[in-house]
Design a protein around this ligand. Structure first.
Ligand code: ADP
Ligand code: MG
Length: 344
C-alpha cells in the first residue's frame, strides 16, 4: 500500500453567519493514498464541490484538520496555500474555465507563469502536453474555436503543467457528449496509470465505474466508501514528474520575467475587452480632468485676490492717528501736520 497523501479529519464546513448559518459538511474523515483513482458520487447539493474545494485548498474548512502530504493546512496564509496548490494539484472543471483571449498553449501555460518557470521551457512543455492529448494541430486555437471535448483536453493539459501530482476533477464529463466524455475518462485513467492521483466528482455511475474506489456522499456525510472490484488495483508507482522543481530563474530575472508576463497579460486582456477598457479609460479621464479643473480654478481665484490686493499698491504707507486700529479717541487727535509730512 502506498503512502497516504491527503488526510481529512473531522472536516466541517458552514456557510453564512449566526442565525443564517448552514452546515454543508458534517465531519468528513477521509484518506487518499498516492496513485488512487477515486470517484465521489452523490446527489446534487450534497456537498461534493464544497469537499473538492477544500481538498484543492481553494477553500478552508470551518472545523477539522487537513493534511497535504505532511503539511497541515490549518492557519496557512493565502500565499502558502497558493504555493501548495501549484505544487500538488491540477484542476479540471465541468466548464473548463479557459481564458477566452488566450490560445490553447497560452492557457496551458497559465499555472506555470505564476510558478516563475523559464519561458522557453514552459512553451515547449505546453506544446508537448497538448500533443500528448492529440491537440498538436490546435495549439494556437482560441477556446471558442475548439469543441467541448477539445477544450476539456486543453484544461487537462493545464492541470498537468506544473506536474499535476493530484488531479481534482469536478464533473469533468458533465458538459460533454458521451463520446468525448469517455475520451476524457480514458485520458484520466491513462494518467492514473502513469502515477497521478485522481479524485473526480461525478453523478454518472458509468463514469464512476472507471474508478477503483467509489465514495458516496449524501447530505454532507460519507455514506459509503467501497473498493470497486472490477477495476484493477491502483498502481503503486511514484513516477509523476514535477515541473515545479525544474529549471527555476534567479530572483532578479524571475521578478523581471513576472513583471513582463503580468504586463503582457494585462495588455492582452485590455485588447480583448475593448468596451470595458474604453469605459475604464473614460472614468480615469473624467477623474483626472475634474482634479485639473478644480486645481486651475483655485489657482485662478487666488491669483485674482493677490492681484486685487496689489492694485491698491504695495509701496503705500498709510498713517492714521491713534495708538492702534480702532482707537476710540483717534477722532480727537489733530497732531499730524505739514511738518510731519516733511519729516516722513
Ligand atoms: P454539490 O457539488 O454536491 O452539488 P455543493 O458542494 O456545490 O454541492 O453545495 C452543497 C450545499 O452548499 C448546497 O446546498 C449549496 O447551496 C451550499 N453552498 C455551496 N456553496 C455555498 C456558498 N458559497 N454559500 C452558501 N451556500 C453554499
Ligand atoms: Mg457540484
Amino acid at each position: 500500500m502506498s503512502e497516504v497523501i491527503l488526510s481529512l479529519k473531522g472536516i466541517k464546513k458552514s456557510y453564512g453567519s449566526d442565525s443564517a448559518r448552514v452546515e454543508v459538511l458534517h465531519g468528513i474523515n477521509l484518506e487518499i493514498r498516492r496513485g488512487e483513482l477515486v470517484a465521489i458520487i452523490g446527489p446534487s447539493g450534497s456537498g461534493k464541490s464544497t469537499l473538492m474545494n477544500i481538498i484543492g485548498c481553494l477553500d478552508t474548512p470551518s472545523e477539522g484538520s487537513y493534511f497535504v502530504g505532511d503539511k497541515n493546512t490549518f492557519n496557512m496564509q493565502p500565499d502558502e496555500l497558493a504555493s501548495l496548490r501549484r505544487g500538488f494539484f491540477g484542476f479540471i472543471f465541468q466548464r473548463y474555465h479557459l481564458l477566452g483571449h488566450l490560445s490553447a498553449t497560452e492557457n496551458v501555460q497559465v499555472p506555470s507563469v505564476y510558478a516563475l518557470t523559464d519561458k522557453a521551457q514552459r512553451e515547449s512543455r505546453s506544446v508537448e502536453l497538448l500533443s500528448m492529448l492529440g491537440l498538436e494541430n490546435k495549439t494556437q486555437s482560441k477556446p471558442s474555436e475548439l469543441s467541448g471535448g477539445q477544450q476539456q483536453r486543453v484544461s487537462i493539459a493545464r492541470a498537468l503543467m506544473n506536474g499535476g501530482q493530484i488531479i481534482l476533477a469536478d464533473e469533468p464529463t458533465g458538459a460533454l457528449d458521451s463520446k468525448s466524455g469517455s475520451e476524457v475518462m480514458r485520458i484520466l485513467s491513462d494518467l492514473n496509470k502513469k502515477g497521478h492521483t485522481i479524485i473526480m466528482v461525478t453523478h454518472d455511475p458509468r463514469i464512476a465505474a472507471h474508478a477503483h474506489r467509489v465514495i458516496t456522499i449524501a447530505d454532507g456525510k460519507i455514506e459509503s466508501d467501497r473498493i470497486n472490484e472490477d477495476v484493477p488495483d491502483y498502481c503503486d508507482s511514484d513516477n509523476h514528474e514535477s515541473f515545479e522543481s525544474s529549471k527555476k530563474l534567479n530572483i532578479f530575472s524571475a521578478f523581471v520575467e513576472s513583471f513582463k508576463e503580468a504586463f503582457t497579460m494585462a495588455i492582452r486582456a485590455m485588447v480583448a475587452n475593448r468596451m470595458r477598457t474604453l469605459l475604464t479609460m473614460l472614468g480615469i479621464i473624467i477623474g483626472i480632468m475634474s482634479v485639473v479643473c478644480v486645481v486651475a480654478l483655485a489657482r485662478g481665484a487666488s491669483d485674482k485676490v493677490i492681484e486685487n490686493i496689489s492694485s491698491m499698491g504695495t509701496n503705500t504707507i498709510t498713517i492714521m492717528p491713534g495708538s492702534k486700529m480702532g482707537d476710540m479717541r483717534s477722532g480727537r487727535f489733530r497732531t499730524l501736520n505739514v511738518k510731519d509730512l516733511k519729516a516722513l
